[in-house]
Design a protein. Structure first.
Length: 448
């Protein structure tokens, strides 16, 4: 015959260090305050500690984090919490079970019912119980196995639920970040646009780097690229704010020092710490495409390639400080002649601060980047193919993934008629290793 076990009394079992103890909370209407549990076989190797509750109020007090499993008698009389909803939710036992599942969402639950009530037992599993047991067939070995199975199944269910929630959050974040990436507004312009963006954060689409390109009603094309110090989610959010502010201020007619001064005010109001700053490069290209003005706020100078000539950096003397460093800073606007056919590449420091070799401390730097771009130009790479090759080679020279964000954008204007043919027919060829000289056939460099 089964042996009565008093409330909170442990069922004797063989001591073992290999199997963890289990705590079972029994919810059953028993005026004596006991629950009849079969003796566990000595070979079971698991101690089951029993707590008994005669109603849901007692169960709520005894339901602590160390409880592994709940054994609920579906014949338990309905309480005030479940009596009102019993008719709508089905039998009273199921209403009680649903209440237990609501107050114990992370605990395994076993339903206990009579042998002839298989339909109720199956419905209990459908509602959310991990398994069911029949009173007349209960023995020690079966009880131990059912408890361990219910606990492991609940853990698996919780892990699967967390994984599903994580995937959904990742999908939502990806949609959000993708929506925050810029869409260039160049309708009516003869300039061509290309970009590459690689955030430094793992599994992210957006980093602290930001860029944008728009054409205002007067025909001027404005381009911008910037970098908020750091590359976490807060920096990414601040970068988006600065990009949207830049677009709004540009359409409002601001340019040069006035625009950057206003952006600095935005940065000062939105940043979480006074140590946060952002570098920025802005370029405005005249409607005829032959001249441009640009400002540097602590940012690397753009790269220019004119038709038939090697790429070089635009003059970067007399640039202003990064936004957020000096309260009354000024950013002089410098004029440059572009010519009839040209390409202009703007980038963040993630492109130039990668290592040269996996075990080297030397950085690629601006000079190394210019040499790399000129080698790729000599191979006939242009547009999207050029940017893809540049980012790939920087990563290869670094010996692995870059830890900083990388953003690169390319604007070009072709008035010679030869660039389009080169662009449509050229295919990427193997790049020479750093330091190798281009072949004579590639001596004439095409534009970016």
């Amino acid at each position: 015959m089964p042996v009565p076990v008093a409330q909170q009394q442990a069922v004797p079992a063989v001591e073992t260090t290999h199997v963890a103890d289990l705590t079972l909370l029994v919810i059953e209407d028993d005026p004596a305050g006991t629950f009849t549990v079969p003796e566990l076989p000595a070979a079971a190797g698991t101690r089951v500690r029993i707590r008994t509750a005669r109603n849901l109020t007692e169960a709520g007090r005894l339901l602590t984090d160390d409880v592994d499993c709940i054994l609920l008698d579906l014949a338990l009389p309905p309480s005030s919490e479940t009596r009102a909803g019993a008719g709508a939710e089905g039998p009273a036992g199921l209403a009680t079970l649903k209440h237990v599942l609501r107050i114990a969402p992370r605990h395994a639950v076993l339903a206990l019912t009579a042998e002839d009530d298989t339909e109720l037992a199956a419905e209990a599993v459908r509602v959310g119980a991990q398994d069911y047991l029949f009173r007349g067939e209960l023995d020690g070995r079966l009880l131990t196995r059912a408890i361990r199975y219910a606990v492991e199944r609940k853990r698996a269910d919780v892990a699967q639920h967390q994984l599903t929630e994580s995937k959904l959050r990742a999908q939502e974040n990806a949609r959000l970040e993708r929506g925050l990436l810029p869409t260039p507004l160049l309708q009516g312009s003869d300039l061509r646009f290309a970009s590459r963006y690689r955030p430094g954060r793992s599994r992210a689409l957006l980093g602290g780097d930001f860029y944008d390109t728009v054409r205002t009603p007067d025909g001027t094309v404005h381009a911008m690229i910037g970098d908020v110090c750091g590359h976490g989610p807060d920096e990414a959010a601040l970068g988006v704010e600065l990009r949207i502010a830049w677009r709004a201020l540009t359409f409002a007619g601001l340019c040069g020092d006035e625009l950057l001064s206003t952006l600095q005010q935005v940065l000062e109001h939105e940043r979480e710490s006074e140590e946060i700053f952002a570098t920025l490069c802005t370029v405005d290209i005249t409607p005829d495409g032959r001249h441009a003005g640009f400002c540097l706020a602590g940012h690397p100078a753009p790269l220019i390639a004119r038709h038939g000539r090697a790429a070089q950096l635009l003059p970067y003397e007399n640039g202003g400080p990064a936004l957020g460093l000096l309260p009354r800073a000024r950013w002089p606007r410098r004029q440059v002649e572009l010519g009839g056919s040209w390409s202009l590449m703007m980038y963040t420091d993630g492109l130039i601060e990668g290592r040269v070799g996996a075990n080297e401390t030397q950085r690629l730097g601006q000079d190394g980047m210019v040499a790399m771009i000129n080698r790729q130009l000599a191979e006939g790479l242009t547009g999207e193919a050029l940017l893809e090759a540049a980012v790939a080679e920087v990563r290869e020279l670094n010996g692995g993934e870059l830890t900083d964000d990388v953003a690169v954008l390319l604007l070009d204007r072709d008035r010679s008629g030869s660039w389009g043919r080169s662009r449509s027919t050229s295919l990427p060829r193997p790049r020479p290793r750093p330091g190798s000289a281009p072949s004579p056939a590639n001596a004439q460099r095409p534009p970016l």
